[in-house]
Design a protein. Structure first.
Length: 139
């Protein structure tokens, strides 16, 4: 097998932290990551990160996409979608997501800052904090 084919095959392999496993430290991976056990530290993935229903991650997570079905204590930065399922609980801030989905029953205890691809010009120029629906009443 050529080196480029081997590299592609390895990049497609998922990484699993199984139930009953506890890991602490920094985890950087090229492929998708699924956590079913416990993780403490920093996660950086170029793929997706899934925190399973019984998993606990005390971690800052940076990934292309994140799905939380268990518990996450820490901030999440994603280039794509963050999904919190009905069993998911997140205690931390959402930074940079382009899409946020919280299924009924899911919990987000923190702030969310989503990325705007092209902010409308009027939003960039706005300095007054008065809501638009109150502007006509104020004047």
């Amino acid at each position: 097998m050529s080196r480029s084919k081997a590299s592609r095959h390895q990049a497609a392999t998922d990484t699993l932290i199984g139930k009953g496993t506890e890991i602490e430290g920094t985890l950087a991976c090229e492929a998708n990551l699924r956590i079913e056990g416990k993780f403490n530290g920093v996660i950086e993935s170029k793929g997706s990160v899934v925190v399973g229903e019984h998993a606990v991650a005390r971690s800052h997570i940076h990934a292309r996409e994140v799905i939380i079905a268990g518990k996450v204590y820490g901030d999440v930065t994603t280039l794509g979608r963050l999904t919190i399922t009905a069993t998911g609980q997140m205690f931390g801030d959402v930074l940079g997501a382009t899409s946020l989905v919280i299924t009924e029953g899911g919990i987000l205890h923190g702030a969310s800052k989503m990325e705007l691809k092209d902010a409308p010009e009027e939003m960039e120029q706005e300095t007054d904090n008065t809501p638009r629906y109150l502007e006509s009443e104020a004047g």
